[in-house]
Write a protein of this length. Structure first.
Length: 42
């Protein structure tokens, strides 16, 4: 099985994902953790 556990506690399975498995808050948290500006942050 290929899955990750999201911040909301759900197990997101990459191989059998459906639209109901997607949570916009999990996406927002994941995107906010991506380092931007080549790591040059204040």
């Amino acid at each position: 099985m290929s899955f990750i556990q999201t911040l909301s506690g759900k197990q997101f399975d990459y191989l059998s994902a459906t639209i109901d498995d997607i949570d916009i808050e999990d996406i927002a948290v994941a995107l906010s953790n991506i380092c931007r500006f080549s790591g040059h942050l204040p």
